[in-house]
Structures are given as structure tokens and as C-alpha cells.
Design a binder for this molecule. Structure first.
Ligand code: M6R
Length: 606
């Protein structure tokens, strides 16, 4: 989820582009770069502030392209920062998305003399376009031909030194918006950098290409069919635009759930053979065959994702697995050896306690892996290998989309290790089929958000909440309670539903509601009994149930439904209503959900 921005007009492009990058910064912040058409480029690692400190006196021109990177392929270094160019530095490209066939394209381009500088997937596009220009095609034809050859997703913007006023953009699976000004035009990944110049925009659809000059714009399809599109007028303010029109990043990030699962899974499932293809584990695949136990470490939501992972790994891969919070792990004497796999789960890749736990594991000879969202982060660098989440930057302090992605990554890891250890092809295929159905099922739950909001309003003023679930959904009870605590400041506790009689039931009365996850799975009847125990004490119950189950509705006060799926994948669905429930309660109580009091997004101190 990178940010792209381009300008062509009659003003100096550099300040406009820098300003635009600043308003896009929430989309990515590990490196930034600008190319002024026909002049030169400047790049830096880190936030836009670092870019602004670079010398830029030579960057004069009235059109250019700019980029903020959220790394997917290649470390966040200056050389990997966009814009990327061809060997002759004539074609410059910024890109948001993933070019899946970049390896084969790169080999073929290198064979004909192209010199690559970066380890990104994007650079192939610049070389590919240059190859077609050199074979006699026009700038526009060359972009079209190149894009027909790439597989993957892109929101892409291209500048060509010999036609400096012209900028070409295209979209497939990653957003592109064209801004229409007076004697100037813009392209961006969302309206936020455009809004201070013009409110008139055109949105590109997939497989469409836009060509802009200062005084013209046109759109056509990849098949060269002209498209006539009416402009739209946006009345959002910049901050609203950054949130995609949502009131908060937390809501935006919850709503990204389907896309997040798609991005985590993309290219990683082999349907025919029921296998997971995890490129980040290739270098340690043989070692992974020999590991005898797994220690998962994480903090907060990442720890709860690890607990779900434990259920998956033990049930399907048959590997003894323990999960621990980083801050505890580092201070005991864990039994670790060379047959132990230490697995860090972390969105930021910088959590101090998780990092120290991994370092301790390394010192004791364990193989270390990460499930990490932030490419190039400390934990990503210090682990032997790993799986990147590709969830995009998470801005809301409460983890939502990263958690969903972590659970999805655990499903892929389970498939990978399970198939190494004898899960059948048919079980592998069944898991993959169900993983592939998750995005539409999450989308279905998200469509019920008004109903979730209605229920949330009813409970927004309670003082305490108990969350209960069993087996795969026990960690989801813990995570649901954490979400509620951190954004609404309601006291909430998560319990394994079977534990109710061992203490928590004493708290239940008509003012102490319980949220119960009661899905049609192997523990359904047990959870129903636990709900009955609560109801017998006059406790109000909100249930998360499987679509079509009317028995739970008869028992509970309020029911939120989710579609049926494999039991091991059910947490990826059951967490969605709990995230929305916490969000709407917090909004109803009037709190700043994106910045809960006393909390930071990344905890880099012990
Ligand atoms: O960046 P990490 O995933 O390592 O962060 C771990 C926790 O700090 C994080 O999950 C925290 O609990 C969130 N605020 C939960 O919403």
C-alpha cells in the first residue's frame, strides 16, 4: 500500500510533489522519492522529512512523479525507493502493488542487456517499457504493451524524459485517481494530495490507462478502447480523504479485511496440490522438516494470533507448540535447542520484548522465523526467514487488519508445515479452497455493520463485559476483549468458556453482559451450555453465531451472524464483528479510537 502522486502543469513541480507526499504519508513511510521529468531524481529512506533534507537545487521542471514506499519486495533502502528507471534513465516509474512475474521478466530483460539496480519488482516495468520504446513503439503504446505482459497488481505512473509534460497512469487492483485542474493535471493513489489543488477527479477502473498533459486528459482500456468518464466533484477535506472517507483509520482498516486476506495469500497457495508456496521460507524449508517443537512469541494482539496458530499447528501439523508473551519469555529459562523453531509474530517488527525473545532463542541455537508486516523492520532482519503479511501500513493503534493477516499467515504456515508432515492432498486442497472463500465471507460480515452498530449502541454504556469462547475461538474472546478495552475503556475480560464456573460466573448479573462465540463447530454444544449458565444468572448475552443457527438466537439477547467456514479458519471471520463492535461502542462513547489514551502503536521499550 504505497502512495503515488504526479503533477504536470506550468508551476514548479517539486514543491507540489513534496507537499502531496506529506499528505500521503499515512500510506507508507519507509522510503520516498521524486523524479522531475527530464531533470533528475532524489530519494531517501524514511519519512518525507528526510527527503526534504536532501539537496534539490537541480530539480527544476513543471512535471514529475513521486512515491512513498511501503516495502513488499526488497528492503527499504534508497536504491529500492521509487521512482525506478530503465538503463538509459529515460523511463521512470512509481508503483503501488506487486508484479508477480517480475523474476522471469527480469531474467529476460537482463539477457538483452538491461541493467538492474534494485531488488524491487517494480524496476522491471521501467525496463520493459523502455524495451518497447526502443523497438519503435510510442510512449503510450510501449506502456500498454508492457502492462499486458505483467501479472499482478498495480497502480502505476510513468514519466518519459523525451515527453516530459506527458504522464501515463494505469490501474489493476490498486487505486488511481486523476485530478483535473486549470492548466494542470494530477494523478494520485487517493484524492488527499489532489484536494488542495482541485476537487474535480476521475477514478480509473481496473485495466484502464490515463494519459495527462497540462491541458488534456484521456482514458482508454488496456485493449485500447477509449473510455468517456464523467468527472466527479469531491467535497472531502484532506484528512477525510486519507481515511478513504471513513471517520477513523480503525474503521477503514477493518473494512480492508477482504483485501488484506487477498494480499496475504496472493501467489502463496497451489490449488492443484494443496500446498503453500512461501517464498520467504524457501531457504529454511529443509530445516523446517526437522524441527520438533515451536515456540511462538508476540505481544498483545500478536500474542493472541499466536494462540490461534498453536491450535492450527498442533491439529494439522502435529508439532508441539507453545505460545508466550515476549515480556515473560525473555525472563524465564526456556528450554530451546536446535530442533526448536522460534516464531515471532509482530505487525511493527520493532516490539522490544518480542525482539529480545527472538534474540534469546537465537543465542540458544533455535531456528528463528517471523510473521511480520513491516518489511525491513528489525525483527524481519534479525530472524532467519519469515512470512511477510503484506497487510499495508496499519495506522490505528488498535490492531485490526494486521491481526486478520496474522491469522491468515498462520493458516498458510500450518499448510506448509502440515504438508511437509503428511496432511493429505485433499485436506490441503480443502484448506486452500476455504482460504480463498474468506474475502467474500468477510465482505459479507462487513455488510452487516449497521446491525453490529445497533447492538453496540445498546451496550455502549455498560461498565464491564465478559468475552467467552472455546478452542479456536478462545483466543478470539481474548482479542475481542482487548479491542473493547483499548478503544472504549470498558473493563473487559476474555475467558475460555469452560472456565466460567471456576470463578468469573460470580460476577454475572443483569448489569454484566457476556459476549459468547458460539459457532457450529466441535465445541458448539459446550458453549451453548456455558451461555445457559450465564442466562440462569440473568446475564445479558450477545452471541456470535453461524449464519442460519436459530437456536442461539432463542437463547441470547442479541445475535451477530457470520458465515460458516472450516473450524481452523473461523477466527478469521469471528474477529470481524468483534472489531466492529468495539469500534462502534468507542465511537458511541465519544473516544478517539485511532489514538487510545496511554497507548502507542509501536512499543519499542521494555
Ligand atoms: O507491532 P506488534 O504486532 O509487535 O505489536 C504488538 C502489540 O503491541 C499490539 O498488538 C497491541 O496489543 C495492539 N494495540 C493491539 O490492538
Amino acid at each position: 500500500m504505497c502512495g503515488i502522486f504526479a503533477y504536470t502543469g506550468s508551476k514548479e513541480a517539486l514543491p507540489i510533489l513534496l507537499d502531496g507526499l506529506t499528505s500521503l504519508e499515512y500510506r507508507g513511510y519507509d522510503s520516498a522519492g521524486i523524479y522531475i521529468s527530464g531533470a533528475d531524481a532524489v530519494k531517501s529512506v524514511g519519512a518525507v522529512e528526510n527527503l526534504k533534507k536532501k539537496s534539490m537545487e537541480h530539480l527544476h521542471g513543471t512535471s514529475g512523479i513521486a512515491h512513498l514506499r511501503w516495502a513488499t519486495h526488497g528492503e527499504p533502502t534508497e536504491v529500492n525507493a521509487h521512482p525506478h528507471h530503465d538503463t538509459a534513465q529515460q523511463v521512470w516509474v512509481v508503483h503501488n502493488g506487486i508484479i508477480e512475474n517480475f523474476k522471469e521478466l527480469r531474467e529476460s530483460l537482463q539477457a538483452t542487456g538491461a541493467q538492474f539496480l534494485s531488488s524491487t519488482d517494480t524496476e522491471v516495468v521501467a525496463h520493459l517499457i523502455a524495451r518497447h520504446i526502443n523497438s519503435g513503439q510510442s510512449f503510450e503504446e510501449a506502456v500498454t504493451t508492457a502492462l499486458r505482459e505483467v501479472r499482478g497488481t498495480y497502480g502505476i505512473v510513468v514519466s518519459y524524459a523525451l515527453e516530459p509534460d506527458k504522464i501515463i497512469a494505469a490501474r489493476l487492483g490498486a487505486p488511481v485517481v486523476v485530478g483535473l485542474g486549470d492548466g494542470e493535471n494530477f494523478i494520485a493513489s487517493d484524492p488527499s494530495p489532489i484536494l488542495r489543488h482541485t476537487k474535480d477527479v476521475l477514478y480509473l477502473f481496473d485495466r484502464e490507462i490515463a494519459v495527462i498533459t497540462p491541458t488534456s486528459h484521456s482514458i482508454r482500456t488496456l485493449e485500447s478502447v477509449p473510455v468517456l468518464r464523467e468527472k466527479e466533484t469531491i467535497d472531502w477535506e484532506v484528512e477525510q480523504a486519507q481515511k478513504g472517507g471513513y471517520d477513523h483509520f480503525m474503521l477503514k482498516e477493518i473494512m480492508e479485511g477482504p483485501e488484506v486476506v487477498i494480499n496475504t495469500v496472493r501467489g502463496r497457495c497451489i490449488e492443484d496440490t494443496g500446498l503453500a508456496r512461501l517464498g520467504g521460507l524457501e531457504s529454511v524449508a529443509e530445516k523446517l522438516r526437522d524441527i520438533k517443537r515451536i515456540n511462538i512469541v508476540g505481544c498483545g494482539s500478536a500474542y493472541y494470533a499466536g494462540l490461534v496458530g498453536e491450535y492450527m499447528l498442533e491439529e494439522y501439523a502435529g508439532i508441539p507448540t507453545e505460545v508466550e508473551i515476549g515480556s515473560e519469555f525473555r525472563y524465564r529459562k526456556p528450554i530451546i535447542d536446535s530442533e526448536t523453531l522460534m516464531l515471532a509474530v509482530t505487525q511493527s517488527g520493532e516490539t522490544a520484548d518480542t525482539l529480545e525473545a527472538i534474540r534469546e532463542g537465537k543465542r540458544k541455537g533455535a531456528l528463528t522465523l517471523g510473521i511480520v508486516n513491516t518489511v525491513g523492520s528489525t525483527i524481519a532482519r534479525e530472524t532467519d526467514a519469515g512470512i511477510y503479511n503484506h497487510a499495508g501500513p496499519e495506522i490505528g493503534v488498535a490492531s485490526t487488519k494486521a491481526f486478520i493477516s496474522q491469522l491468515t499467515a498462520f493458516a498458510l504456515l500450518t499448510l506448509f508445515l502440515g504438508r511437509q508432515r503428511g496432511i493429505s492432498i485433499s485436506t490441503g486442497k480443502e484448506i486452500i479452497e476455504e482460504i480463498n472463500r474468506l474475502p467474500e465471507k468477510i465482505a459479507y460480515i462487513l455488510e452487516t455493520k449497521d446491525r453490529i452498530r445497533e447492538v453496540a449502541r445498546k451496550y455502549a454504556h455498560v461498565r464491564d463485559f465478559l468475552y467467552m469462547g472455546r478452542k479456536y475461538n478462545y483466543p478470539i474472546a481474548l482479542e475481542g476483549a482487548l479491542k473493547l478495552k483499548e478503544v472504549s475503556y470498558i473493563h473487559a475480560e476474555g475467558y475460555g468458556a469452560g472456565e466460567m464456573k471456576h470463578g468469573p460466573l460470580a460476577m454475572i448479573d443483569e448489569n454484566f453482559p457476556t459476549l459468547a462465540i458460539a459457532l457450529n463447530d466441535s465445541v458448539y454444544e459446550k458453549v451453548v451450555s456455558n451461555i445457559q449458565e450465564v442466562k440462569a444468572r440473568r446475564g445479558p448475552v450477545v452471541a456470535i453465531a453461524t449464519e442460519g443457527n436459530t437456536d442461539v438466537a432463542d437463547l441470547a439477547d442479541d445475535v451477530l451472524y457470520i458465515p460458516e467456514t472450516l473450524e481452523m479458519l473461523s477466527p478469521i471471520l469471528s474477529i470481524v464483528p468483534l472489531q466492529l463492535f468495539a469500534y462502534y461502542i468507542a465511537v458511541e462513547r465519544g473516544f478517539n479510537v485511532d489514538r487510545p489514551r496511554n497507548l502507542a502503536k509501536s512499543v519499542t521499550v521494555e
